[in-house]
Write a protein that binds this ligand. Structure first.
Ligand code: GLU
Length: 260
């Protein structure tokens, strides 16, 4: 079903929620519980939810006494290896408050290109959802190489939303909406709705590296295009707004989808 506006997020059949590393690690770590509160509330209303969460590397860093995000792939992979299990354990601890169970899904971009692995991932995700489990997806960092990495989880989240036939993708970061130019610049205006056929090249965006994650508006726009072209609407807002967003309140930027 192609949703008409963001108020329908509260009663959608299935949504994919993506959260970035910096929104749930470091000083923002307490936001993880708020995210789980909102997801649990949606699930209770009958909305099927799949979570795409970054944060493996960011969670691993303090455990190994590394203070800046490493440049080299092997150290990033080692940090993800250490951090991913802790991240899922942290989600499980939070979900426990609602009697909910997390299921971990780690994917590479190759997995979503290959017909068999793609079908298997889709089947597993559907079954988890049917069983009332919250699937938590991340990139399989330890086996992804520089060339085949998604690069950020925005694109992964869009591909997962399409694979899972979600009605909407909710992209959560540290910024409350998409702006017509980088938001730190004077005069930047938040955009309310982006039509399915809008020319996204008119929006002035830049990538970011927050210290623990990668992404920014460029990857969000790219992900939004992948999703909306496949009939999946997108809401872009901050992790701090997650309760309002999943409740269908008027926050963030809404990307309408083409009826496919
Ligand atoms: N999969 C990576 C992680 O979970 C993504 C980090 C990033 O956003 O660059 O840490």
């Amino acid at each position: 079903m192609v949703l008409q506006d963001r108020s329908q997020l509260a009663s959608a059949n299935r949504i994919v929620v993506k959260v970035g590393s910096s929104s749930i690690s470091g000083e923002n770590e307490p936001q993880l519980d708020l995210l789980v509160d909102s997801i649990a509330a949606s699930m209770k209303r009958g909305v099927e939810v799949i979570l795409v969460s970054s944060g493996a590397i960011a969670t691993g860093m303090p455990l190994l006494g590394i203070t800046t995000k490493p440049e080299d792939l092997a150290t990033s992979q080692a940090l993800a290896s250490v951090g991913q299990s802790r991240l899922i354990a942290r989600y499980q601890q939070s979900l426990e408050r609602y009697g909910l169970i997390a299921g971990q899904i780690l994917l590479t971009s190759g997995d979503l290109d290959g017909a068999e692995t793609r079908a298997n991932a889709g089947l597993a995700m559907n079954r988890l959802v049917e069983l009332g489990v919250l699937p938590i997806v991340n990139e399989n960092d330890t086996v992804a190489t520089q060339e085949i990495r998604f690069g950020d989880n925005d694109r992964l989240a869009a591909l997962v939303a399409v694979l899972a036939n979600a009605d909407a993708l909710v992209l959560l970061s540290d910024i409350d909406a998409l702006y017509d130019m980088p938001p730190a610049r004077a005069g930047a205006k938040a955009l309310d709705v982006i039509a399915a056929d809008a020319d996204l090249s008119l929006i002035e965006v830049e990538g970011t590296s927050t210290g623990v994650g990668t992404g920014g508006a460029i990857t969000k726009l790219g992900a939004a295009r992948v999703a909306t072209d496949a009939g999946v609407c997108v809401l872009l807002t901050s992790a701090a707004n997650v309760a309002k967003a999943l409740n269908g309140e008027h926050v963030g930027t809404w990307f309408s989808a083409s009826a496919s």
